[in-house]
Design a protein around this ligand. Structure first.
Ligand code: ADP
Length: 438
């Protein structure tokens, strides 16, 4: 699915930019070609003004002069003396040339009127574009130059194939550039959209894994509940009591798991809120200690609390959420520490100075089974459980991920290190923000 969306986005992203690129290129080509054609025609008109002025100044029009003009400018020149073809035309008789000349003359006579043009004119010339019967384009100039002996007419033709070549070359250059741009745009879109989709894909995989793990976790207690319910039908009253108690405890387990999952889903939607208020952090630690003392005692674990000797400044935080984090850490510490072990809950302070704002450090230290180095990165992931704890029914692998979500919301941090001599130490850091005076 990811690949399909990726390809679609690549085509969409590249398609839109390529479409815009092609439209812009076509507009540019159109404007540029129109400009080129206009300039070429203007330059031909200028050349013709000079040429007719030159012709006017000639007393005798020699073949050499005309040949030179034809050769130097790639023109086809025809001179008519009082309507009769000048000898130059006959000498250089070329069937093709006379065909084109006749067609150009006919075109001129059929499209532009000669009326009103007389020998009173110092000179007259008219330029026009013309396509011959073979489909070749020309710029043509029909000129009438008055001489004392009578009017001389001249027809000058300039093939516009040079301009065609220029235009074709420009089109090929644009085609190549556009092809390279299309390739680059596709490559760019491919990698850009891949990068863009990566977090979404990661999130999707995470969600699939979450649902799979959640279903797996829910399946076990549900299976126990169903089998107990079936067994109840044929059970004696004493057995029935045992089955009902199992159903109750499995139901509570499911309820805890669902609560945890709901909390994480709220965290994902950013819909769980923290209520920052003045909190006596040392009192909070003492309450947590009291809550877990019976559990530690039951497991025969030495449980201690350590607080700073001086008065601890009140902290602006969400006390209930902080208590939730400490409870998760203490529950784990007691669970993963064998009997006769030791668990210490401690609070230390780092006073604020001119450079740093102060911090509270809450540490839960145990000398239990410890966490291998390669697992330390994973323990905050959802449903992750170390191998040693897999058999425990009361651990779903969600505790530390919940703690990590809460601590992020409280602007703090959580980290794990090894306890000297074995075991784990979890440190929760809370920024020291005193409540504003009311
Ligand atoms: P669980 O419900 O399995 O305890 P957690 O998210 O709280 O889930 O912890 C994830 C894993 O981290 C545990 O399965 C365990 O392997 C490891 N872990 C957490 N705390 C400790 C600890 N104090 N000592 C050793 N391992 C721990």
């Amino acid at each position: 699915m990811f690949r399909k969306v990726h390809y679609r986005l690549t085509f969409l992203c590249a398609g839109i930019t390529i479409f815009i690129l092609i439209i812009m290129s076509l507009i540019y080509l159109y404007v540029s070609e129109s400009g080129l054609k206009k300039n070429q025609f203007l330059s031909f008109q200028r050349d013709m003004s000079t040429l007719t002025a030159n012709l006017e100044q000639q007393t005798v029009i020699t073949h050499e002069w005309l040949s030179k003009i034809e050769k130097n400018n790639s023109y086809l020149v025809s001179i008519m003396d009082n309507g009769i073809s000048f000898l130059f035309n006959d000498r250089n008789q070329d069937v093709n040339k006379s065909r084109i000349t006749n067609e150009a003359l006919n075109y001129y006579h059929s499209h532009f009127s000669m009326e009103g043009v007389s020998s009173d004119y110092s000179s007259y010339h008219m330029e026009y574009e013309f396509t011959d019967s073979a489909g070749d384009d020309y710029y043509a100039c029909f000129a009438v130059i008055p001489f004392p002996a009578g009017d001389v007419q001249a027809l000058i033709l300039s093939p516009s194939d040079r301009l065609d070549i220029q235009i074709k070359e420009q089109r090929v250059r644009f085609l190549l550039l556009d092809a390279a741009a299309v390739l680059l745009l596709f490559l760019f879109s491919y990698f850009f959209t891949k990068r863009l989709l990566l977090p979404i894909e990661k999130n999707r995989i995470g969600q699939i894994q979450f649902v799979a793990s959640a279903s797996h976790e829910l399946k076990t207690p549900l299976a126990v509940i169903l089998s107990c319910a079936n067994a109840c039908k044929k059970a004696s009253p004493e057995e029935e009591e045992v089955f009902l108690s199992t159903i109750r405890s499995e139901g509570q387990r499911m309820s805890r798991l669902i609560d945890d999952m709901l909390f994480l889903s709220k965290a994902d939607n950013h819909s769980f809120h923290v209520h920052m208020e003045e909190t006596e952090i040392d009192t909070l630690l003492l309450n947590s200690y009291e809550a877990f003392e019976p559990m530690a005692k039951e497991k025969n674990i030495r449980f201690q609390v350590s607080l700073p000797e001086n008065a601890v400044p009140a902290c602006c935080t969400d006390g209930e959420r902080l208590h939730q984090i400490i409870a998760i850490l203490l529950h784990n510490a007691i669970s993963y520490t064998p009997p006769m072990g030791r668990v210490i809950l401690a609070l230390t302070l780092e006073e604020a100075d001119s450079k740093t704002s102060g911090k509270y450090y809450i540490t839960v230290t145990d000398n239990g089974i410890g966490i291998p180095e390669e697992e330390k990165d994973n323990i905050f992931k959802r449903f992750y459980r170390g191998d040693k704890s897999r058999s425990s029914k009361n651990h779903f692998g969600l505790g530390l991920s919940i703690a990590s979500e809460i601590i992020t919301a409280l602007n703090g941090a959580i980290q794990v290190t090894d306890t000297e001599g074995g075991g784990s130490t979890f440190t929760v850091t809370i920024p020291m923000r005193h409540p504003a005076p009311s």
